[in-house]
Each structure stands twice: as structure tokens, then as C-alpha cells.
Ligand binder design. Structure first.
Ligand SMILES: [Fe+2]
Length: 409
């Protein structure tokens, strides 16, 4: 059984991770927050050590009885990865047959970038029954089962699989949500992900010269509160406004920043950083890293300071697809493909799929119909193409990056 569990985790998270936990003081991470949401585990360093190193640990959280599970997914291949599918916003209460079109592209890897289910919470019930039901529904969807059982799949959560709309670090039931996430996605009981807060992690695949690094961030568990808009529904300020520069409002938390720095210092040829919320996009007042300008700048500066080449971002959450790029004040052009939604597209006027917020960062039109992302890496040519694929294979957006330009000049 232990070997079986170890194999499962090897399959789920190949390179990986032993945790070093130290305790720190309880000072608030952000001056406006009312709760000290990270009070005990303060320094968690993830090191790329063989998985066998974690096999003797025991789980802190008790298993949930009879909780639904995703099907077992194949191991991440160690050959060169050339095709990566990206999905988000897939509500199992609605038709999910579009997953079949993702599978038909035969990707080497599938990254489910959050809002993979839609749960909510009721203050009086810490067991998050709505989230349980959502996972149970997804577990029974044939197109999901077929896709995940055939294509190596990794998932992160966004707010709706975290359990609260637009939720952050002050969500009272976040530990329970993580237990459910771990269980649904078949994280074994002895995994380090069961023993420390947050679901961030990273892995690599591919031979020398064609190494793909995937860094999957947790943008929920440690995030400071959002700053509510004073002009609801005004374009650019619809729900939230950016915190002032210098406020210290954070997205990742110190342990995750340390993990990210360590990952960026490792050699790799392409680095795909998955953030459930948009990293680069501006021009709207919904959730995005731009609402946390100190954290956004810290992220860009970290990429520059570590000399990390080959960084591309991928995000979901928005219910429409777009590709955004920032060029100023960063080490090299940083591009973010937002692939959303599988079955929860933004409503726009009849007869159109264009949806264009007043962003300065967007490349081409936004696409407000069902879509998924497809990243194609041409290792021989040294290019990486970000595609948005709509229903029936419609190419809804595309941009090609030259890998030699994804490094500091
Ligand atoms: Fe979301």
C-alpha cells in the first residue's frame, strides 16, 4: 500500500519536494488584514529532492470518508513536452463535453488552472458541502474522466474550488478546502502537500536543452484582502481597485515567495508559471495581480534578479480568453495567456465573440466564448506559440514567441 501511494504521488508530482518547516512570529502579513492568516508555518522551503524522501511522513489532516476522486492520471512524461493544454472555469453542473475537444488535440500535458469546480460555502457549515457536491459531479463527468485518465494532468484551484468567490487568505475554511483538493486530486496521505498550507508546487520534464519547468502558484491561500472599488461597474474599476504602491499587500506569502525564488534559480529552457488569476492584464477592475502592485512588481523583479529565462504565464478565471504582454520595467517581454472558459463564457452581445476591455497589455481581441489554451513548443525552431482554441477548433487568438528573446538582454 505504501508503495502504491508513493507511486501515485510520483505520478501526480514528479520532481518534488521535501518540506522544511520552521515557526515564526504572528505578525500580520498585511496591515489592513484583520486576521493573522499565516500564523504558524512560516518558512517552507521546497527542494527538488527525490520523492522517496517524503514517504515516511504522515498526514496531518484526517482523510475524508468516501470523498470523490479524479481518475488516476498518467505520469508526466520525461520526453520533450511540445503541447500543453490549459483549461479553467469548468462547471460540472453544466455540459462539459468541450473537454472532448481538449482531449482530441492529444496534448502531452493538461494544466487545469482553477475554477475546475464551482463550490461555495455557508458560514454555519465548515464541511463545505457545496464544494463536496461539485467535486462529486465532476468525478462523474465522462469527458472529464476520459481526459484526465489519458492526459497527464495537474490542477490548481481558483476561488470557486477554494470555496469562496474572490476569496483570499482570510477564508476561515481554507484548510478544509485544501484537504478536499488534495483528496480529489489523489494527493497521497504522505505527501508534503498534506502537511503544509497552500497547494503550490513545481515540476520539470524533458531532456537537457528541452527542459520544461511548470510552476503552479497558489494565489488564494495567502493573499491579502482585495480593495473594494468605490465606483462599482465603472469600466476599469468594476469590483476592485489596486492597493497603493508601498502598502505591502501580497499575493503569495513569504514561504511561497521563497519556493518561487528557488525554482527560478534552477536551470530550465521554458518556464510556465500558472497563476489562477491574470498576472499581466490591466484595464479591468476584477481580480488580477495588478490589484497588488507591490506583489506584481516583486514577481517581475524576481524574474530579473534570478536571471530566469523562458518565463511565460498562464491564467484563467476571467470567463473570456485573451493574451497580454508587458514589456516595460521587466527583464524581457512577459506574456500571459488567459484561457477561460470551458463552459462558463462571459455573456456578450448576440452574434459576437469579441470582448475588449480597455487594456494596454492585450495582444489582439479578447474572446468571449468557450475556449481552452494550447501551448505549442517547437524545440527545433526555438519558438513557443500560445493559442486560444474555440469550439470546433476555431483559432481564437495566437501569438508566437522566440525563445531566444525570453532572456535578459
Ligand atoms: Fe475565479
Amino acid at each position: 500500500m505504501a508503495n502504491c501511494r508513493r507511486k501515485l504521488f510520483c505520478d501526480w508530482l514528479q520532481p518534488h519536494a521535501v518540506v522544511k518547516l520552521t515557526h515564526a512570529d504572528d505578525r500580520p502579513l498585511y496591515m489592513m488584514q484583520r486576521r493573522h492568516f499565516l500564523t504558524s508555518a512560516a518558512t517552507i522551503a521546497l527542494a527538488a529532492t527525490p520523492l522517496a524522501g517524503c514517504a515516511t511522513s504522515s498526514s496531518r489532516a484526517p482523510p475524508l470518508p468516501a470523498f470523490p476522486r479524479a481518475p488516476r492520471t498518467p505520469a508526466i512524461p520525461q520526453r520533450a513536452i511540445s503541447r500543453i493544454a490549459l483549461t479553467s472555469c469548468s462547471n460540472p453542473a453544466k455540459d462539459l463535453s468541450f473537454f472532448g475537444q481538449v482531449e482530441a488535440r492529444n496534448p502531452d500535458l493538461l494544466l487545469m488552472m482553477g475554477d475546475n469546480v464551482y463550490g461555495s460555502y455557508t458560514p454555519e457549515d465548515p464541511n463545505l458541502p457545496s464544494l463536496s457536491q461539485a467535486y462529486a459531479k465532476l468525478a462523474e463527468v465522462p469527458a472529464f474522466k476520459s481526459l484526465v485518465s489519458k492526459v497527464p494532468t495537474q490542477a490548481v484551484w481558483d476561488d470557486h474550488d477554494y470555496g469562496i468567490n474572490d476569496g483570499g487568505g482570510d477564508f476561515a475554511y481554507k484548510a478544509q478546502a485544501q484537504t478536499m483538493f488534495n483528496q480529489f486530486w489523489n494527493v497521497p496521505a504522505n505527501s508534503p502537500l498534506r502537511q503544509r498550507p497552500g497547494i503550490y508546487r513545481a515540476f520539470q520534464a524533458g531532456p537537457k536543452g528541452q527542459v520544461l519547468q511548470v510552476i503552479m502558484l497558489d494565489t488564494r491561500y495567502f493573499r491579502a484582502p482585495l480593495l473594494l472599488t468605490d465606483q462599482r461597474d465603472v469600466p476599469g474599476k468594476e469590483r476592485y481597485i489596486p492597493h497603493p504602491l508601498g502598502s505591502g499587500a501580497d499575493v503569495l506569502g513569504e514561504a511561497q515567495w521563497a519556493f518561487l525564488k528557488a525554482e527560478l534559480e534552477k536551470p530550465a529552457d521554458v518556464r510556465l508559471i500558472v497563476s489562477s488569476i491574470q498576472v499581466v492584464a490591466d484595464g479591468h477592475g476584477y481580480e488580477r495581480w495588478g490589484n497588488f502592485p507591490d506583489a506584481q512588481k516583486r514577481l517581475y523583479d524576481l524574474i530579473a534578479q534570478t536571471g530566469a529565462n523562458g518565463v511565460v504565464f498562464a491564467s484563467g478565471d476571467r470567463h473570456y480568453g485573451s493574451i497580454n504582454q508587458v514589456r516595460d520595467g521587466v527583464a524581457y517581454p512577459l506574456t500571459d495567456i488567459t484561457a477561460s472558459a470551458i463552459n462558463m463564457p462571459f455573456r456578450v452581445a448576440e452574434g459576437t465573440t469579441s470582448y475588449n476591455e480597455p487594456a494596454t497589455t492585450r495582444i489582439g481581441d479578447g474572446y468571449a466564448a468557450v475556449n481552452f489554451g494550447l501551448i505549442e513548443i517547437n524545440w527545433a525552431a526555438g519558438t513557443l506559440t500560445l493559442n486560444l482554441i474555440g469550439d470546433g477548433g476555431k483559432l481564437a487568438g495566437s501569438t508566437t514567441l522566440d525563445l531566444k528573446n525570453l532572456r535578459r538582454g
